[in-house]
Design a protein around this ligand. Structure first.
Ligand code: SAH
Ligand code: ZN
Ligand code: ZN
Ligand code: ZN
Ligand code: ZN
Length: 447
């Protein structure tokens, strides 16, 4: 679900983008959207929250041409201030230091407030559920201790399975990376942190950028920045920005890679705009040889966003590896008999360097020069391994391309589709896949 659905009946909604001078909500500068009403050619533009696609989570709304009174501006500033977390990151770091000094019997974690408690605070949380005897191991795996946020629209957290997380880490260490900018990947960050503290010769470091402020209870300012990836906003201001900049500076030739696994809403272009700013930050570190290069990146996202990601980042390629998740029933690994995950890795690294596990059925296609799924057959006519979803696709001579095995060529639509489709054409491209012929609510990618 995205905001587009909120406007469902009245018309479609599109992102214009970040705009200079945009007003701010508690999540930083808002984004400019345009809403099209039925029967009207021109849409009306308005500002809304970049991070929350559900009005219940952040109800900021302002027409672009709206005059806002001084009183309302002052009230808004006050509102933004009062909607910041109750402890600062610095305070949380100090609290953590006190917490680890406590004997096990005094280490409590309030499950309702999702907060480590110091003994003086027990009273206040006396009628809340809490966990006792919080061990050092638990403190080192906050993604297990915290419950995954499950608000479907705003912040659904889908945590990597161990298989996927280990695969990503092995892949990037084999490729020689020593610094990982983890943007919305707390579990990868956690795996790197815990390995670094346990194995002496493991030299990879990670900086987590995430909007989930609960993580500030477990990591210092050098390990975590409270960050909004839809508007490139550092909640911690210039100091946090500087932490990130320093991290991207490749001291002693320690190569940097960014790994990100954003929520799957419709705002691909907003994400791309932020990621380009992070790439620019890397470039500006002024290292020799950065001039004509891009910061290496893994963008983890469903395959049906491929065309929109490639529009933003033409240097990227989609890999066949299926990333799967612990707490998402549908996005599990195919080999376990469940449905196959649609989530893939998009990267600007040379595809043949991304070695996929042969024991999971991936094989190397010598013509395409990349690893592909076992079911992904090389099509002689397309001259490429064309399957996107892992199943074997079939070539349609009329469409001049490979299509899903369940599709048939429809003569009235003049393209391939499910046999059960209705032959209605709409001109506007779909909000999800960008293709004409359907609205996002009917997008075949989502079914
Ligand atoms: N698979 C990853 C988690 C991905 S879930 C892992 O296991 O590590 C998406 C992540 O993005 C969550 O951690 C969530 O808190 C974060 N996130 C959601 N909206 C965000 C935003 N606007 N800015 C930054 N991070 C965000
Ligand atoms: Zn509590
Ligand atoms: Zn091939
Ligand atoms: Zn083909
Ligand atoms: Zn048709």
């Amino acid at each position: 679900g995205t905001m587009a659905e909120g406007c469902g009946q009245q018309g479609e909604l599109a992102l214009v983008g970040p705009a200079a001078g945009a007003p701010s909500c508690p999540h930083g500068p808002t984004l400019l959207f345009v809403k099209f009403s039925q029967g009207k050619e021109e849409g009306r533009r308005f500002y809304a929250c970049s991070a929350c696609r559900d009005r219940k989570d952040c109800n900021f709304f302002q027409w672009e041409d709206e005059k806002v009174s001084h009183t309302r501006l002052a009230a808004r500033e006050e509102y933004n201030r009062s909607h910041q977390p109750s402890f600062t990151h610095r305070q949380n770091v100090e609290r953590y230091k006190s917490f680890v000094q406590l004997p096990l019997s005094k280490r409590r974690f309030c499950q309702e407030c999702q907060q480590l408690l110091l003994p003086a605070e027990w009273e206040k949380h006396s009628d809340h559920q809490f966990l006792c005897d919080i061990s050092t191991a638990q403190l080192k795996s906050p993604s297990q201790l915290l419950y995954p946020l499950e608000n479907k629209k705003t912040n659904a957290q889908y945590l990597f399975t161990d298989r996927s997380c280990q695969f990503l880490l092995n892949l990037l260490t084999d490729l020689g990376f020593r610094r990982v900018l983890s943007v919305g990947t707390p579990r990868l960050h956690e795996l790197i942190q815990s390995k670094a503290s346990q194995e002496e010769d493991f030299r990879v470091r990670s900086l987590l950028l995430d909007i989930d402020f609960r993580y500030s209870q477990f990591y210092t300012e050098d390990e975590f920045c409270h960050y909004n990836m839809f508007n490139h906003y550092f909640f911690g201001g210039e100091a946090a920005r500087e932490t990130c900049r320093k991290f991207l500076y490749e001291d002693n030739g320690e190569k940097v890679i960014m790994v990100t696994d954003p929520p799957f809403g419709g705002l691909v272009e907003a994400l791309a705009s932020s990621f380009k700013k992070l790439m620019a930050m890397w470039k500006e570190t002024g290292k020799e040889g950065h001039d004509n290069k891009e910061m290496p990146m893994f963008w983890i996202f469903p395959y049906f966003f491929e065309s929109r990601i490639l529009d933003c980042f033409p240097s990227f390629n989609m890999m066949d590896y299926q990333v799967d998740y612990d707490n998402h029933a549908l996005y599990k690994h195919g080999k376990t008999g469940r449905r196959q995950s649609p989530v893939r890795i998009f990267t600007n690294l040379t595809p043949r360097l991304i070695v996929l596990p042969v024991e999971e059925g991936y094989r190397f296609c010598a013509i395409c020069q990349r690893y592909v799924s076992s079911g992904n057959q090389h099509c002689e006519i397309c001259n490429s391994c064309t399957s996107k979803d892992g199943r074997q696709w079939k070539h349609c001579v009329l469409c001049k391309k490979c299509v899903k095995p369940s599709w048939f060529h429809c003569n009235s639509c003049n393209c391939c589709a499910l046999q059960t489709h209705s032959c209605e054409q709409t001109d506007a491209g779909c909000f999800v896949c960008g293709k004409a012929g359907h609205k996002r609510s009917a997008c075949p990618s989502l079914s």
